[in-house]
Design a protein around this ligand. Structure first.
Ligand SMILES: Cc1cc2nc3c(=O)[nH]c(=O)nc-3n(C[C@H](O)[C@H](O)[C@H](O)COP(=O)(O)OP(=O)(O)OC[C@H]3O[C@@H](n4cnc5c(N)ncnc54)[C@H](O)[C@@H]3O)c2cc1C
Length: 416
């Protein structure tokens, strides 16, 4: 099945259109499926593209399952057929056609988003059961507004589904403390490649559990995930500080991510930007957190090179905390960091607003058309040993004029 999908995705040639045989199978499959949800063979456009915009394809049908049973029936039908393939689609924010199936069946998991939402206490810990097709932004809003709880580990952007990020990793500025989202799940319901609905966790059906987490949908389709949650803070102090030297930037970031819990920030990320005012997508204008904050270039040392570095951190707090307590905690950490003097930008925002910060980027990118442009994005893990060379060759030379968008770089701990 994987090879079949790979052929269609990667070759994308005329052979990859649905064959007449495959089209002929559809009425039979449709009849035998007896779905509560819908099956659409005409308006399948959504399933033929993704955020990457690098590949397109033509699926045989777009299915909107209503329940895990529907998902199981579709997968079982594909399993029984000689050559039909099936792919789960979360919110289609992959960049390389991972959620596509040219000539096959694509399941729009968003149609199942309302199936699960329940807070569960287990062995003294608290979890929330959510649907594989739920958007993280909706999980956040419900958890905070109904229970004042929140998952611990996030992605930067939350217009992604639970199943979509758990099939990858789900990495953001909390991963140094809690690990990626895949490390914050206690249990899954998964529809296997044979169309069986199986509950799995690290003790029960553990191979399936660890296969499905980070498995790009190739080990089964997640219909429910039990996600670890913690009490949600009310507020976040969100801070950016600027560095001229990569060595100082990485030393400070690495120091922060190795501090014990309670003695560091709650979120640590960073990015590289172009040392230029003329570049609205890569340069100085990308750093201030508020339109009223100015970027004063006279502070940048003369020795600075083609790119500068921004460390981005955040501290959680409650509305009941005294402002001086928050200031003290922030200043004591910032006082240990060696950023360019006075190159500091900070705002206080609600916790939900902080986690939804990339939504504003989406709104303006949709308005100016760049959201629909191709996104040949690359994520990579670089070892500590090589990161200085990476900076020297890649950031300072190859990407000295930027990439027309963000270049994030932040440390993670192997132990997480
Ligand atoms: C603007 C933007 C910002 C991002 N930021 C981050 C970030 O900060 N950190 C990060 O880690 N990632 C980030 N990503 C990447 C993102 O996590 C992945 O692309 C993710 O897979 C997208 O989720 P999706 O719901 O759109 O999944 P899709 O693209 O629809 O699917 C992704 C893969 O998961 C499979 N899949 C989907 N649903 C299920 C399911 N229920 N069960 C099993 N398999 C399933 C699909 O078959 C496919 O292989 C970002 C992406 C975008 C577009």
């Amino acid at each position: 099945m994987i090879a079949y999908i790979e052929r269609f995705i990667h070759e994308n040639d005329s052979e990859s259109r649905p064959t007449d045989d495959e089209k002929d199978q559809l009425p039979n499959i449709r009849h035998s499926l007896d779905l509560q949800g819908t099956i659409n063979c005409v308006d399948t456009g959504l399933a033929g593209k993704d955020f990457g915009g690098l590949y397109t394809c033509e699926p045989l049908a777009l299915i909107r399952p209503a329940s895990p049973d529907d998902v199981a029936r579709v997968v079982e039908a594909a399993y029984r057929s000689p050559n039909l393939t099936v792919a789960a689609r979360g919110n289609g924010h992959s960049i390389n056609g991972q959620a596509m199936s040219d000539g096959g069946l694509v399941m729009d998991m968003r149609s199942t988003e309302g199936n699960h939402f329940e807070v569960v206490r287990m062995n003294g810990e608290t979890f929330v059961d959510v649907s594989g097709g739920a958007l993280w932004e909706d999980v956040l809003k419900r958890c905070v507004s109904e229970y004042k709880l929140a998952p611990r580990s996030w992605t930067d952007y939350l217009g992604l589904t639970v199943g979509g990020t758990l099939s990858n990793a789900g990495v953001s500025g909390q991963a140094f403390r809690f690990g990626p989202q895949t490390c914050n799940v206690a249990e899954l319901d998964v529809v296997t490649g044979k169309g069986e609905l199986v509950t799995c966790n690290e003790n029960e059906n553990s191979e399936l559990f660890f296969g499905a987490l980070g498995g790009l949908g190739q080990f089964g389709i997640v219909t429910r995930a039990r996600v670890a949650v913690q009490p949600a803070p009310d507020m976040v102090r969100w801070i950016r500080v600027v560095y001229a030297e990569f060595e100082d930037f990485t030393r400070c970031a690495e120091w922060l991510v190795t501090r014990p819990e309670g003695e560091s920030f709650d979120y640590v990320e960073g990015f590289v930007f172009v040392n230029s005012v003329d570049d609205p997508a890569n340069g100085w204008p990308t750093v201030p957190l508020d339109p009223d904050q100015g970027f004063d270039p006279s502070r940048i040392p003369r020795t600075a090179g083609s790119v500068l570095y921004c460390l981005e951190v955040a501290l959680h707090y409650q509305k009941t905390d005294h402002p001086s307590t928050v200031d003290k905690a922030v200043n004591s950490l910032l006082g240990r960091l060696g950023f360019i003097e006075d190159m500091k930008f900070q705002v206080d925002v609600s916790y939900v607003e902080f986690l939804l910060r990339v939504k504003h980027v989406e709104v303006s990118a949709r308005a100016n058309g760049t959201w629909d442009a191709p996104h040949p994005w690359l994520n990579m893990f670089v070892s500590k040993r090589d990161i200085a060379d990476f900076d020297r060759v890649v950031f300072k030379r190859m990407l000295k004029n930027g990439v027309g968008g963000p270049m994030l770089v932040y440390p993670l701990l192997r132990s997480k």
